[in-house]
Design a protein around this ligand. Sequence first.
Ligand code: CAA
Length: 248
Amino acid sequence: MDSQEPQENERTALVTGGIRGIGRGICELLKERGYNVVAGYGGDTAAAAKFSEETGIPAYQWDVSDFDACGKAVSDISAKHGKVTVLVNNAGITRDGTLKKMTYDNWMAVIQTNLTSVFNMSKACWEMMLQENFGRIVNISSVNGQAGQYGQVNYCAAKAGVIGMGKAMAQEGARYGITVNTVAPGYVATDMVAAVPENVLEKIVSTIPIGRLGDSQEIARAVWFLAREDSKFISGSTISINGGQHMY
Ligand code: CAA
């Protein structure tokens, strides 16, 4: 590392959807590695309070699908915790159902929360990253955005979209020291995956060569790697972590 470069622990890292599941794993690992971590969450105030008590990580509530709310959250967080130069766009929801049954509202909810949120949050942090001549954006996609999944046209569209927009942002950020990368997890043991009907999930797990669900920490390790100061030559890439379920 150049002696002029700030150390990892001077960076403020913001993780959306950070109080549970993969987001929590990312928050915990980044904190352990010395980052000044802040978590965002959507609505469960009691769970957020418990999370902060257990981890010592502050949690802020706002709706990532709301453009103005994202701007305000980033401005409040940076005033209190320092400029956000590491952003992990992790927040996401599912509203599964076949195309035949999917409502317009369930299409829009997933597109807004899983895809538009990445625009909202990245835009809110971009100016700060430009000023610092440094930025690390890691977007959390999914194996289902790469391979498709029965019953998830909304989710697959959003998660594939995240990969494309990350590549465009990577090109725009390159000359300013901003890297943008994607991590595409497979099926990980989280509340989101636990909501898949048991018989369906059993079938899915049988297609994973490693033979089990992933663990949040196994995803977090890649996020930390991409967020590091010395990962500065990695941009526009996608790291797939899915137990071998989808290879291409
Ligand atoms: N391929 C082909 N056919 C399938 C299929 C598949 N993968 N899955 C189901 N079908 C068929 C069924 O066999 C059934 O056929 P029959 O009517 O001939 O018996 C028909 O489709 C209807 O299936 P369901 O009874 O499951 O239909 P449903 O309307 O009750 O439920 C569903 C549909 C909501 C999509 C349900 O199948 C489901 O929840 N699937 C899981 C979707 C999934 O994997 N979500 C991932 C959530 S976790 C996540 O997203 C995190 C991540 O990033 C990985």
